[in-house]
Design a protein around this ligand. Structure first.
Ligand code: PMP
Ligand code: GLN
Length: 383
């Protein structure tokens, strides 16, 4: 078979979760909460399942849900967006990312990503005929958290560069962008024709009082941005696979041309329920930073007794642990061995990088009940 994705194996999330099940390990690999959505939201889904919410939704998404998204965006990011022309509900962030990439990338175009990069970006670019250009996030003595090398980004942009994909709060490193970072990016792209795809699925999971810097907030960046989010992270419902794209009318128009052929419309009872729930409980997400910050602090306190080294995440529900004090084994083999031998599954970082990083790091998901975190950390501390 003449495959279109010769370099694509099975995604690490499927591999590690299957291994965790096989070995009955505590699964801190694939990112999903061990707890349920709010009962009131579940009741609304049941309501719409039983009350005529079961036929095709409109192609762009249920109007009440798009209205709720527009109101949230206006309240949080200070921009009034038109729910009919600028908001599209999609089949999880994954479809949103894929459709935005197909909409904008032509054969031969270059697309810049920052490593470690979420694993769906490159195959989507390849299928559009584009070439992915990888720029590693860097760590320096002055700035020990992973961050963008702006000079390298500037030098990497040429006339073939069509799109830059950014993902902050960042999976897997947990770092965030500042308002000043957005200004630096605006300076870099100002005189170019480059579009931006901002994957903001962790927009509501930011810690230590920091504010999420959405590209929707920034007057200049907004004009050239597709902003993608997901209800999965915000409502503890990753299995629902409902997300959305917010973009200016011309970009949304192109996005919708692809979206209609990829999935046409998204699961309707859940859209009705989310629209209703957001209207009734507009500040649900306001509680998320404190909720996940407590989980982060608990997990970090527990593993501080171990030989792992870390810098606490600034956002997302992932914590990176550096194991170079323990072994020199490569991260894929070490993650698999820990799953088999101590029953704790994690995600190796190197699979998100074009070039294997020198440091030894694993990603652990702390969106779990406390007893799971205590048990997993106890096992990690014995290493
Ligand atoms: N982008 C990032 C950075 C993610 O971590 C994920 C996984 N949740 C997605 C996109 C995909 O989101 P969804 O499950 O809504 O498709
Ligand atoms: N986004 C999730 C993670 O980073 C996994 C999503 C998936 O399984 N494709 O763990």
């Amino acid at each position: 078979m003449d495959t279109k994705l010769p370099d694509s194996g099975t995604t690490i999330f499927a591999v590690m979760s299957a291994l965790a099940i096989e070995h009955k390990a505590i699964n801190l690999s694939q990112g999903f909460p061990s707890f349920n959505p709010d009962q009131a939201l579940l009741d609304l889904v049941t309501h719409y399942l039983n009350n005529n919410g079961n036929q095709y939704a409109p192609m762009l998404g249920v109007p009440a849900l798009r209205q709720s998204i527009a109101e949230k965006v206006s309240m949080l990011y200070g921009r009034s967006v038109d729910p009919d022309r600028e908001v599209t509900v999609c089949d999880g962030a994954t479809e949103g990312l894929f459709s935005a990439i197909q909409a904008i990338v032509h054969p031969g175009d270059e697309v810049i990503v920052f490593d470690p990069a979420y694993d769906s970006y490159e195959p989507s670019v390849t299928l559009a005929g584009g070439k992915t250009v990888h720029i590693p996030l860097i760590v320096t003595t002055e700035k020990p958290d992973f961050h963008i090398d702006w000079e390298r980004l500037k030098d990497s942009i040429n006339e073939k560069t069509r799109l830059i994909i950014l993902n902050f709060p960042h999976n897997p490193t947990g770092v965030i962008l500042s308002a000043a970072d957005l200004d630096v990016l605006a300076d870099i792209v100002r005189d170019t024709k480059v579009y931006l795809l901002s994957d903001e699925v962790y927009e509501h999971i930011v810690f230590d009082g920091a504010a999420h810097q959405s590209f929707i907030r920034h007057d200049e960046l907004w004009q050239r941005s597709f902003v993608i989010s997901s209800f999965g992270k915000t409502y503890h419902a990753t299995g629902w696979k409902v997300g959305y794209c917010v973009a200016p009318p011309a970009l949304s128009n192109e996005f919708r041309k692809i979206h209609q052929w990829v999935c046409y419309a998204v699961v309707s009872p859940i859209q009705h329920a989310l629209g209703d729930y957001m209207a009734r409980t507009p500040d649900h997400y306001a509680a998320l930073p404190a909720f996940y910050e407590e989980k982060r602090d608990r997990f970090c306190a527990l593993v501080s007794e171990s030989r792992f080294r870390f810098r606490p995440a600034n956002g997302t529900f992932f914590q990176i642990l550096d194991y170079s004090n323990i072994t020199d084994e490569d991260d894929v083999s070490y993650a698999k061995r820990l799953t088999r031998e101590i029953g704790v599954a994690s995600i190796p970082i190197s699979v998100f990088c074009e070039q294997t990083p020198a440091s030894r790091k694993l990603r652990f998901c702390f969106a779990k009940d406390d007893d799971m975190l205590v048990e997993a950390a106890g096992r990690l501390c014995q290493l």
